[in-house]
Design a protein. Structure first.
Length: 165
C-alpha cells in the first residue's frame, strides 16, 4: 500500500515538472509572437491550456490520499489531451528541425529554436506517458480494491423493529 502511494507521488511530481517545462517554453514562444493571429498559434495555445490544466490537477492530486487513485479516468483523459498536443506539435514541426526524436546537434544556446521545439515535443510526450502510467496505476488500484471488497461475505443486520420470536 505504501509503495503504490509513493509511486503515485513520484508520478504526480513528474507530471507537475513536465507540465511546467512545457508551459514555460510554450509561454515563452507565445510571448515572442505577440500580436499574431490566434488561429496561427492555436496548437500552441491548446498546449498551454493542457499544460496549465495538468499543473493544476497534479498539484491538487499530489496530496497522498487513497482518493487520488479514483481519478484514473481523468488521468486517462489528460493523457489523451497530451497525446493530441504531441501530435499537433509534431505536425507543426513537419520535419523542419529534422526528425523529432533525433537529438544530434542540440545545444543549450538561446538562438537554437529547434532545441526548444524538440524539448517541448519531448516533454509533451513524456507527460502523456506519465499521465497514462498514473491512470493505469489508479485503475489497477481501484480494481484490486473493489475485487477484495466484493469477495468479503456480507453479513446482514437484523432490523431493530423485528422481534426474535
Amino acid at each position: 500500500m505504501i509503495l503504490t502511494d509513493l509511486f503515485s507521488i513520484i508520478l504526480r511530481l513528474a507530471e507537475l515538472a513536465f507540465a511546467c517545462v512545457v508551459a514555460g517554453l510554450t509561454g515563452s514562444y507565445l510571448h515572442q509572437v505577440d500580436g499574431v493571429s490566434s488561429w496561427s498559434v492555436g496548437r500552441h495555445i491548446y498546449t498551454e491550456v493542457v499544460a496549465g490544466l495538468s499543473i493544476l490537477l497534479s498539484i491538487i492530486w499530489l496530496i497522498p490520499f487513497s482518493s487520488s487513485f479514483i481519478h484514473w479516468p481523468a488521468d486517462l483523459f489528460i493523457s489523451i489531451l497530451w497525446f493530441v498536443s504531441f501530435g499537433l506539435l509534431v505536425d507543426w514541426l513537419n520535419g523542419s528541425c529534422g526528425n523529432v526524436f533525433n537529438w544530434e546537434g542540440i545545444s543549450l544556446h538561446r538562438t537554437n529554436s529547434c532545441s526548444e521545439w524538440k524539448a517541448i515535443v519531448a516533454f509533451a510526450f513524456l507527460s502523456a506517458i506519465v499521465w497514462l502510467a498514473s491512470a493505469i496505476l489508479g485503475f489497477f488500484w481501484v480494481h484490486r480494491r473493489t475485487a477484495t471488497h466484493s469477495t468479503v461475505p456480507v453479513t446482514r443486520r437484523r432490523r431493530w423493529y423485528r422481534s426474535r420470536v
